[in-house]
Design a protein around this ligand. Structure first.
Ligand SMILES: CC(=O)N[C@H](C=O)[C@@H](O)[C@H](O)[C@H](O)COP(=O)(O)O
Length: 238
Protein backbone atom coordinates (compact mmCIF):
# COMPACT_ATOMS: atom_id res chain seq x y z
CA UNK A 1 0.00 0.00 0.00
CA UNK A 2 2.85 2.37 0.86
CA UNK A 3 4.42 2.09 -2.60
CA UNK A 4 1.04 2.69 -4.20
CA UNK A 5 0.50 5.83 -2.09
CA UNK A 6 3.96 7.08 -3.08
CA UNK A 7 3.07 6.53 -6.73
CA UNK A 8 -0.18 8.39 -6.24
CA UNK A 9 1.54 11.46 -4.81
CA UNK A 10 4.17 11.30 -7.54
CA UNK A 11 1.43 11.52 -10.18
CA UNK A 12 0.02 14.64 -8.51
CA UNK A 13 3.24 16.55 -7.82
CA UNK A 14 3.62 19.52 -10.18
CA UNK A 15 0.14 19.12 -11.66
CA UNK A 16 -3.39 20.51 -11.68
CA UNK A 17 -6.18 18.92 -9.63
CA UNK A 18 -9.70 20.21 -10.21
CA UNK A 19 -12.36 20.47 -7.53
CA UNK A 20 -15.76 19.52 -9.01
CA UNK A 21 -18.35 20.70 -6.50
CA UNK A 22 -21.79 22.27 -6.67
CA UNK A 23 -23.38 24.01 -3.74
CA UNK A 24 -26.58 22.47 -2.50
CA UNK A 25 -29.54 23.65 -4.59
CA UNK A 26 -27.53 24.71 -7.64
CA UNK A 27 -28.46 23.08 -10.98
CA UNK A 28 -25.26 20.99 -11.12
CA UNK A 29 -25.82 19.50 -7.67
CA UNK A 30 -26.41 15.87 -8.70
CA UNK A 31 -23.99 12.92 -8.84
CA UNK A 32 -24.45 12.47 -12.61
CA UNK A 33 -23.59 16.13 -13.24
CA UNK A 34 -20.58 16.03 -10.91
CA UNK A 35 -19.33 12.87 -12.68
CA UNK A 36 -19.73 14.58 -16.07
CA UNK A 37 -17.72 17.56 -14.77
CA UNK A 38 -15.02 15.18 -13.53
CA UNK A 39 -14.81 13.46 -16.93
CA UNK A 40 -14.64 16.88 -18.62
CA UNK A 41 -11.79 18.19 -16.48
CA UNK A 42 -9.82 14.97 -16.95
CA UNK A 43 -10.24 15.42 -20.73
CA UNK A 44 -8.82 18.91 -20.25
CA UNK A 45 -5.73 17.69 -18.42
CA UNK A 46 -6.61 17.49 -14.73
CA UNK A 47 -4.54 14.76 -13.07
CA UNK A 48 -6.84 14.44 -10.08
CA UNK A 49 -10.22 15.58 -8.78
CA UNK A 50 -11.54 16.85 -5.45
CA UNK A 51 -15.11 15.75 -4.77
CA UNK A 52 -17.60 16.48 -1.97
CA UNK A 53 -20.25 14.07 -0.67
CA UNK A 54 -20.42 10.27 -0.59
CA UNK A 55 -22.84 9.89 -3.52
CA UNK A 56 -20.76 12.23 -5.70
CA UNK A 57 -17.52 10.46 -4.75
CA UNK A 58 -19.02 7.08 -5.69
CA UNK A 59 -20.30 8.42 -9.03
CA UNK A 60 -16.96 10.03 -9.90
CA UNK A 61 -15.02 6.92 -8.79
CA UNK A 62 -16.98 4.94 -11.37
CA UNK A 63 -16.42 7.57 -14.08
CA UNK A 64 -12.69 8.44 -13.94
CA UNK A 65 -9.50 6.68 -12.91
CA UNK A 66 -7.42 9.64 -11.70
CA UNK A 67 -6.64 10.08 -7.98
CA UNK A 68 -9.70 11.28 -6.08
CA UNK A 69 -9.54 13.60 -3.06
CA UNK A 70 -12.79 13.15 -1.14
CA UNK A 71 -14.48 15.13 1.60
CA UNK A 72 -17.85 15.57 3.20
CA UNK A 73 -19.13 19.02 4.09
CA UNK A 74 -21.24 18.67 7.22
CA UNK A 75 -22.33 21.78 9.09
CA UNK A 76 -22.84 21.11 12.81
CA UNK A 77 -24.09 23.13 15.75
CA UNK A 78 -21.18 22.20 18.04
CA UNK A 79 -18.27 23.35 15.83
CA UNK A 80 -17.30 25.68 12.99
CA UNK A 81 -15.36 22.81 11.42
CA UNK A 82 -17.35 21.50 8.45
CA UNK A 83 -14.94 19.69 6.11
CA UNK A 84 -15.07 15.98 7.09
CA UNK A 85 -15.51 16.84 10.79
CA UNK A 86 -15.94 13.35 12.32
CA UNK A 87 -14.50 9.84 12.23
CA UNK A 88 -17.79 8.63 10.74
CA UNK A 89 -17.39 11.13 7.90
CA UNK A 90 -13.90 9.74 7.22
CA UNK A 91 -15.34 6.22 7.05
CA UNK A 92 -18.01 7.38 4.58
CA UNK A 93 -15.48 9.15 2.33
CA UNK A 94 -13.25 6.06 2.25
CA UNK A 95 -16.19 3.72 1.71
CA UNK A 96 -17.33 5.83 -1.25
CA UNK A 97 -13.98 5.35 -2.98
CA UNK A 98 -11.63 8.29 -2.23
CA UNK A 99 -7.86 7.81 -2.45
CA UNK A 100 -7.09 10.87 -0.33
CA UNK A 101 -9.33 12.11 2.48
CA UNK A 102 -9.44 15.88 3.03
CA UNK A 103 -10.30 17.14 6.50
CA UNK A 104 -10.39 20.54 8.18
CA UNK A 105 -7.13 20.79 10.13
CA UNK A 106 -7.60 24.27 11.57
CA UNK A 107 -7.00 24.91 15.26
CA UNK A 108 -10.70 25.44 15.96
CA UNK A 109 -12.55 23.23 18.46
CA UNK A 110 -13.52 19.98 16.77
CA UNK A 111 -15.53 16.83 17.52
CA UNK A 112 -12.47 14.50 17.26
CA UNK A 113 -8.77 15.13 17.86
CA UNK A 114 -6.64 15.72 14.77
CA UNK A 115 -4.25 12.89 15.60
CA UNK A 116 -7.12 10.42 15.83
CA UNK A 117 -8.53 11.71 12.52
CA UNK A 118 -5.26 11.28 10.62
CA UNK A 119 -4.62 7.90 12.29
CA UNK A 120 -8.05 6.71 11.20
CA UNK A 121 -7.35 7.70 7.57
CA UNK A 122 -3.96 5.94 7.65
CA UNK A 123 -5.49 2.83 9.24
CA UNK A 124 -7.90 2.67 6.32
CA UNK A 125 -4.98 2.70 3.87
CA UNK A 126 -5.69 6.17 2.49
CA UNK A 127 -3.69 9.37 2.32
CA UNK A 128 -4.78 12.44 4.28
CA UNK A 129 -4.94 16.11 3.36
CA UNK A 130 -5.24 18.68 6.16
CA UNK A 131 -6.98 21.89 5.08
CA UNK A 132 -5.42 24.80 7.01
CA UNK A 133 -5.57 28.59 7.21
CA UNK A 134 -2.22 29.47 8.85
CA UNK A 135 1.42 28.41 9.08
CA UNK A 136 0.98 27.15 12.67
CA UNK A 137 -1.98 25.03 11.62
CA UNK A 138 0.08 23.58 8.77
CA UNK A 139 2.90 22.64 11.12
CA UNK A 140 0.46 21.20 13.64
CA UNK A 141 -1.34 19.12 10.99
CA UNK A 142 1.92 17.62 9.71
CA UNK A 143 2.99 16.87 13.30
CA UNK A 144 -0.38 15.19 13.87
CA UNK A 145 0.18 12.88 10.90
CA UNK A 146 -1.19 14.61 7.79
CA UNK A 147 0.30 13.34 4.52
CA UNK A 148 -0.46 16.67 2.83
CA UNK A 149 -1.46 20.14 3.95
CA UNK A 150 -3.45 22.52 1.78
CA UNK A 151 -4.12 26.28 1.98
CA UNK A 152 -7.86 25.60 1.51
CA UNK A 153 -9.08 27.33 4.67
CA UNK A 154 -7.11 30.58 4.34
CA UNK A 155 -9.75 33.27 4.11
CA UNK A 156 -12.50 31.09 5.52
CA UNK A 157 -11.93 31.37 9.29
CA UNK A 158 -12.67 34.41 11.44
CA UNK A 159 -8.90 34.88 12.02
CA UNK A 160 -7.99 34.63 8.29
CA UNK A 161 -10.90 36.42 6.64
CA UNK A 162 -10.95 39.32 4.17
CA UNK A 163 -8.59 37.71 1.69
CA UNK A 164 -8.75 38.38 -2.01
CA UNK A 165 -7.09 36.05 -4.50
CA UNK A 166 -5.00 33.01 -3.67
CA UNK A 167 -3.30 32.76 -0.25
CA UNK A 168 0.11 33.76 -1.62
CA UNK A 169 1.29 35.16 1.76
CA UNK A 170 0.57 31.85 3.49
CA UNK A 171 2.27 29.94 0.65
CA UNK A 172 5.38 32.08 1.14
CA UNK A 173 5.34 31.40 4.89
CA UNK A 174 4.95 27.65 4.40
CA UNK A 175 7.77 27.58 1.85
CA UNK A 176 10.07 29.62 4.11
CA UNK A 177 9.36 27.17 6.95
CA UNK A 178 10.19 24.24 4.66
CA UNK A 179 6.70 22.73 4.86
CA UNK A 180 5.49 21.02 1.68
CA UNK A 181 2.03 22.32 0.75
CA UNK A 182 -0.80 22.11 -1.74
CA UNK A 183 -2.17 25.44 -3.04
CA UNK A 184 -5.97 25.67 -3.01
CA UNK A 185 -8.55 28.44 -2.82
CA UNK A 186 -9.46 31.38 -5.05
CA UNK A 187 -7.02 30.47 -7.85
CA UNK A 188 -8.82 32.18 -10.73
CA UNK A 189 -6.32 32.39 -13.59
CA UNK A 190 -3.62 30.25 -15.20
CA UNK A 191 -1.19 33.03 -14.27
CA UNK A 192 -2.09 32.66 -10.57
CA UNK A 193 -1.77 28.88 -10.92
CA UNK A 194 1.79 29.23 -12.19
CA UNK A 195 2.59 31.66 -9.35
CA UNK A 196 1.58 28.98 -6.81
CA UNK A 197 4.23 26.66 -8.24
CA UNK A 198 6.80 29.47 -8.22
CA UNK A 199 6.07 29.81 -4.51
CA UNK A 200 6.72 26.10 -3.99
CA UNK A 201 3.35 24.32 -4.17
CA UNK A 202 3.51 20.52 -4.62
CA UNK A 203 0.34 20.63 -6.70
CA UNK A 204 -2.63 22.96 -7.01
CA UNK A 205 -6.38 22.51 -6.65
CA UNK A 206 -8.62 24.81 -8.70
CA UNK A 207 -12.38 24.78 -8.23
CA UNK A 208 -14.75 27.62 -9.04
CA UNK A 209 -12.68 29.11 -11.87
CA UNK A 210 -13.27 25.91 -13.83
CA UNK A 211 -16.35 24.20 -12.42
CA UNK A 212 -18.77 26.89 -11.21
CA UNK A 213 -20.52 28.27 -14.30
CA UNK A 214 -22.66 30.61 -12.22
CA UNK A 215 -19.58 32.24 -10.65
CA UNK A 216 -17.71 32.35 -13.97
CA UNK A 217 -20.71 33.95 -15.68
CA UNK A 218 -21.06 36.48 -12.84
CA UNK A 219 -17.50 37.71 -13.42
CA UNK A 220 -18.31 38.40 -17.08
CA UNK A 221 -21.70 39.89 -16.31
CA UNK A 222 -20.29 42.25 -13.66
CA UNK A 223 -17.46 43.39 -15.92
CA UNK A 224 -19.88 43.95 -18.79
CA UNK A 225 -22.31 45.86 -16.57
CA UNK A 226 -19.48 48.10 -15.31
CA UNK A 227 -18.04 48.78 -18.77
CA UNK A 228 -18.42 52.23 -20.30
CA UNK A 229 -17.63 50.67 -23.71
CA UNK A 230 -21.15 49.24 -23.93
CA UNK A 231 -23.43 50.84 -26.49
CA UNK A 232 -26.01 53.13 -24.90
CA UNK A 233 -29.16 51.26 -24.04
CA UNK A 234 -31.80 51.95 -26.70
CA UNK A 235 -35.08 53.03 -25.24
CA UNK A 236 -38.39 53.19 -27.07
CA UNK A 237 -39.26 56.84 -27.76
CA UNK A 238 -42.06 57.93 -25.46
C1 LIG B 1 -13.33 26.80 1.96
C2 LIG B 1 -14.03 25.60 1.36
O1 LIG B 1 -15.03 25.17 1.89
N1 LIG B 1 -13.48 25.07 0.24
C3 LIG B 1 -14.07 23.94 -0.42
C4 LIG B 1 -13.23 22.78 -0.25
O2 LIG B 1 -13.39 21.72 -0.76
C5 LIG B 1 -14.56 24.22 -1.82
O3 LIG B 1 -15.77 24.91 -1.67
C6 LIG B 1 -13.67 25.03 -2.78
O4 LIG B 1 -14.35 25.15 -3.99
C7 LIG B 1 -12.31 24.39 -3.07
O5 LIG B 1 -11.49 24.54 -1.93
C8 LIG B 1 -11.56 25.02 -4.26
O6 LIG B 1 -11.44 26.39 -4.08
P1 LIG B 1 -11.92 27.42 -5.22
O7 LIG B 1 -13.30 27.03 -5.65
O8 LIG B 1 -11.85 28.78 -4.58
O9 LIG B 1 -10.91 27.30 -6.36
Amino acid sequence: MQAKQGDLLATLDGTLVVSCQAESGLPLDAPGHIAAMARSVVLGGATGVRIEGAANIAAVRAAVEVPLIGLIKARRDDTEVYITPTLDDIAAVVEAGADIVAIDATARPRPAELKAMFASIAARGRLSMGDVATLDEGRRALDAGADLISTTMAGYTNYSSDQRGPAFALMEELARAGLPFVAEGRIWSPHEAVRCFELGARFIVVGGAITRPDAITRRFADEVAASSARPQLRRNPT
